[in-house]
Design a protein around this ligand. Structure first.
Ligand code: ADP
Ligand code: MG
Ligand code: ZN
Length: 475
């Protein structure tokens, strides 16, 4: 049987204010070709000046993945001609990248983990954009010269699922560090997937195919599955050597296939050489001191949620997978008397279940403080868990106060034992035969009494109190 071998290259756009080698803004959504200057337009004589903020963010990333941070690294020139690159070369780091030899842990659903090695992360400049419009193509150079961190894994992943777990973890780390917005649709987290197969037990690497520019986790999963199927079929049909060649392929989501885009360039095609216009990149002691102090990352946060809140591993992984979700949860827990269990359910099941379409955790109509207060009202037994769903439905549509909504919808739970006792007495007195039958051994009737009391209270009685009181009264 075959083993799948996957290595991933991810281009992360760093969220610096200005470009890598000039002071043009990096912001999107400006009129085409306005965020440009002689440097990023590659006009003759214009020289690049390195933006230190890029280095700071790279150090943070290297720290997060336990990598070596090279105190000295260099820029190199990679030559290629394409209309969206006015200089006809890209400035990148080939021979000595800023970050090397890191690792990242992925979590499987059964609680086991695997460490994936990161070969390197290097700084490079992005190209502009070609916009194809019918018969004509236009070039927008606003993005030209935007800083990228290219993160290259070792070929350590053995399935599409593992690749997705790696990508999601990497994505989450970028967001936790706040070094990029990592928006896949907008192209600020771009993935190239390298896939090969080999007979199980074989140590050597076989021919890999690179699939480029797939802009969602779902499509990446699909592209890998299709490519693995294509390669294993070729092997089984005895045409592996002829059909599987090192090349760049494209994933076509409508046709559900990968197809050849171009032959894979060899390093020699790029005529790499050290960039003559830039100095070596030096990481100073001060930078090391400052930028290796990074925020709490998903793995640590997960451990803390388990120990501090007694949360199970699974919920802890889910909540810490996104920094926004984790922060939302912690704000809920700031409300006094809220249990992690209630907060987790209200957040991951109830609120997230209601965030559809344009809505997500960052623009939720019910914010963390409000949901935390709702959780408190469940935990202090003012309302039942069921009533909380009704309150939440109302809050999704109306910006109102939690207690006011509870009042308005008449959802306050009666926990006053005097009132519940009176209702229980009433039901018992009204059903003498049922009481006889129950006392005669028909245990199932207990549910009938609970149901009647709940009905009499219009659902507002605290069910736990009803159960306890009925139990004593019926003996
Ligand atoms: P390039 O920069 O030319 O694309 P690299 O050697 O830097 O080539 O490798 C790029 C990616 O391909 C890395 O993530 C690496 O792990 C992966 N890779 C290399 N060989 C294989 C292979 N046989 N199967 C799957 N992935 C591979
Ligand atoms: Mg590549
Ligand atoms: Zn510029």
């Amino acid at each position: 049987m075959f083993e799948v071998v996957i290595g991933l290259e991810v281009h992360v756009q760093l969220n610096t204010k200005t470009k890598l080698f000039c002071s043009c803004p990096t912001s999107f959504n400006h009129k085409q070709n306005t965020n440009t200057c002689p440097t990023c337009l590659a006009l003759p004589g214009a020289l690049p000046v390195f933006n230190k903020e890029v280095l700071h963010k790279s150090i943070m990333f290297g720290t997060a993945v336990d990598a070596t941070i090279n105190r000295i690294s260099y820029f190199d020139r990679k030559s290629y001609f394409y209309p969206d690159s006015p200089s006809a070369y890209q400035i990148t780091q080939l021979y000595t990248p800023v970050v090397e030899h890191g690792k990242l842990t992925v979590d499987f659903e059964d609680g086991t983990t695997k460490s994936i090695r990161i070969n390197r992360a290097h700084i490079e400049a992005d190209a502009g954009k070609n916009i194809h419009d019918g018969d004509i193509s236009k070039v927008d150079l606003n993005r030209a010269g935007t800083p990228l961190l290219e993160i290259v894994s070792e070929p350590d992943m053995r399935s599409a699922d593992e690749a997705i777990l790696y990508l999601k973890k990497l994505h989450s780390i970028i967001r936790y560090l706040d070094i990029g917005d990592a928006n896949m649709q907008e192209g600020s987290f771009r993935v190239d997937v390298n896939v090969s197969i080999r007979p199980k037990g074989d140590e050597k690497l076989y021919t890999r195919v690179e699939i480029k520019n797939i802009n969602s986790f779902k499509f990446i999963q699909k592209a890998i599955e299709l490519e693995v199927a294509r390669q294993s079929e070729a092997w089984e049909d005895g045409v592996y050597e002829q059909e599987i060649v090192q090349e760049t392929r494209l994933f076509d989501q409508t046709k559900q296939e990968t197809r050849s885009m171009r032959g894979k360039e060899e390093a020699a095609d790029y005529r790499y050489f050290p960039e003559p216009d830039l100095l070596k990149v030096v990481v100073t002691d001060e930078m090391m001191e400052k930028y290796t102090k990074i925020p709490e990352l998903p793995d640590e946060k997960k451990e803390r949620f388990v120990s501090e809140y007694g949360m199970n591993e699974y919920n802890a992984v889910v909540i810490t997978s996104s920094v926004e979700l984790a922060n939302f949860f912690e704000t809920m827990m700031d409300e006094e008397g809220v249990s992690a269990k209630t907060a987790t359910t209200l957040l991951t099941v109830e609120l997230q279940g209601r965030l559809k379409g344009e809505l997500n955790i960052t623009n939720s109509p019910v914010d963390a403080k409000k949901l935390g207060f709702l959780a408190k009202r469940v935990d202090d037994k003012t309302i039942s868990g069921k009533a909380a769903k009704e309150v939440l439905d109302h809050l999704m549509e109306n910006d109102e106060d939690v207690d006011a909504v509870i009042e308005k919808l008449g959802l306050k739970q009666v926990s006053d034992t005097g009132a519940i006792e009176a209702m229980c007495d009433e039901i018992i007195n009204a059903n003498p035969e049922k009481v006889e039958q129950y006392k005669g051994g028909k245990d199932k009737l207990f549910g009938f009494f609970v149901g009647q009391v709940m009905k009499a209270s219009k659902g507002s009685a605290n069910p736990q109190a009803v159960n306890e009181i009925l139990k004593t009264k019926l003996g």
